[in-house]
Design a protein around this ligand. Structure first.
Ligand code: GLV
Ligand code: MN
Ligand code: MN
Length: 413
């Protein structure tokens, strides 16, 4: 294909690409990888990605929302209507090696495969890496794609803070971005004709089906809520039990209540994965406890009802300990059904691979509200994700990239 630049070095496999970043952001305390957005580790991954683009003759451009793009524009084709693929490089704390990077490496590998096959595209191919997909630093998942599409206002995003109290505005500025530029980007959105994200599967669907690749049908709705339980900070040795207003006791009972309420609404996933006593000392009764609730259900009304019931229980449990509680919604996104015609087209192109729903969130879910969007999942033989045990074999990683190349070749020509 004449317009596709020739890489300056030999291409490699998907696993070969990932091996170059296998030591970046390893977390020696938690295990796995911690690659928060705009951290040294995540920036090293972006540098690696930019260098890999460069090897393929593709030039990285960071847009005003911090999304790293590369465009391959065939001669004579208008810039609009591109077929875009990509994923993210940030991780949860102590996460696995594949959630995000597999989609990024597969996109690079797919470019190599398209070139090897001498595919002649009729429309542009775009590659994208979205910042803060996990929301593990600033609390709101898919922050880059939400900013791009206007699903979050620039004002709200810029005021978000990380666990050290740094604002997104300050951290983005330190990373070389102009806070004044954040917000819905019509021009970039108009360039995206179709978006396809490949992702490692985060459950057991493909293990059970005995298949290496699936097409996504939907993402279940999910949101995050912050509960702050306020009590009386005091001395662990001098405060008699009867005199305490300990918010950690109320918060602990709330964790149990979350499970009970979720269990009463079949299909609900409700998680407290982060709980922070303030100030957090062994000999200090906390004055406040912050805990974050993640709730997901295919029916948005059920998610809302579950959170309302948990909030009521929180008020009761806090009052029972002489404490008070505030609840704040940090984010919510409804269930997304991917474009059925596009999903069928992918399934047919791939010779009838299975279709799977997912409980995990993705930038593809945000973009699906604006452009025809699809996802591919690559088998994860442990069925475990957001954990160091997340895995993908070299062969399956290559099968996933090949499937992505097949789909892109079909959509591009
Ligand atoms: C991201 O992976 C999420 O589903 O929270
Ligand atoms: Mn992901
Ligand atoms: Mn994830």
């Amino acid at each position: 294909m004449s317009e596709l630049p020739t890489p300056t070095e030999a291409t490699t496999t998907t696993a070969g690409l990932l091996s170059a970043i296998a030591d970046t952001g390893r977390d020696r305390v938690r295990g796995g990888y911690s690659r928060p957005v705009f951290s040294t580790a995540e920036r090293e991954l972006v540098d690696w990605y930019v260098a890999e683009l460069d090897r393929r003759g593709l030039q990285a451009q960071t847009d005003r929302n911090g999304i790293v793009w590369a465009w391959w524009n065939p001669a004579g084709a208008p810039p609009e209507g591109a077929i875009v693929t990509g994923s993210h490089l940030d991780s949860v704390p102590g996460g696995g090696a594949f959630d995000g990077p597999l989609g990024v490496a597969s996109a690079l590998r797919a470019v190599d495969l398209l070139r090897e096959r001498e595919v002649a595209p009729a429309r542009p191919l775009g590659l994208a890496v979205f910042p803060e997909e996990e929301g593990s630093r600033f609390g709101v998942a898919c922050l880059g794609s939400r900013l791009l599409t206007g699903a979050i206002s620039a004002e709200r995003a810029l005021g978000l803070t990380d666990p050290d109290g740094n604002t997104f505005a300050d951290v983005a500025r330190a990373a070389g971005l102009d806070p004044a530029g954040f917000g819905r980007d019509e021009q970039t959105l108009a360039r995206i004709g179709t978006f396809v994200e490949l992702h490692v599967e985060q459950g057991r669907g493909l293990i059970d089906l005995g298949a290496p690749v699936a097409v996504a049908s939907s993402i279940i709705g999910h949101g995050r809520w912050k509960f702050s339980v306020h009590g009386q900070g005091n001395h662990a040795g001098t405060t008699l039990l009867a005199d305490r207003r300990d918010p950690l006791l109320a918060a602990s009972r709330l964790v149990v209540a979350v499970r009970e309420v979720a269990a009463a609404h079949p299909g609900t996933r409700a998680t407290v994965g982060r709980l922070q006593p303030v100030p957090g000392g062994t000999n200090v009764i906390a004055s406040r406890v912050d805990l974050w609730l993640d709730v997901r259900h295919p029916e948005d009304a059920v998610t809302r009802a579950v959170v309302a019931e948990i909030s009521r229980r929180a008020q009761e449990l806090a009052a029972g300990e002489g404490c008070t509680v505030e609840v704040r919604e940090e984010s919510f996104g409804g269930t997304v059904d991917f474009d059925p015609a596009l999903a069928r087209r992918l399934t047919t192109t791939l010779g009838g691979v299975p279709t799977l729903p997912t409980g995990a969130g993705h930038d593809a879910g945000v973009l699906a509200e604006h452009v025809p969007t699809a996802m591919l999942f690559t088998r994860n033989p442990t069925g475990v994700s957001h954990s160091p045990e997340e895995f993908c074999t070299d062969d399956d990683a290559e099968r996933g990239s090949t499937a992505l190349a097949d789909v892109l070749a079909d959509l591009l020509t």
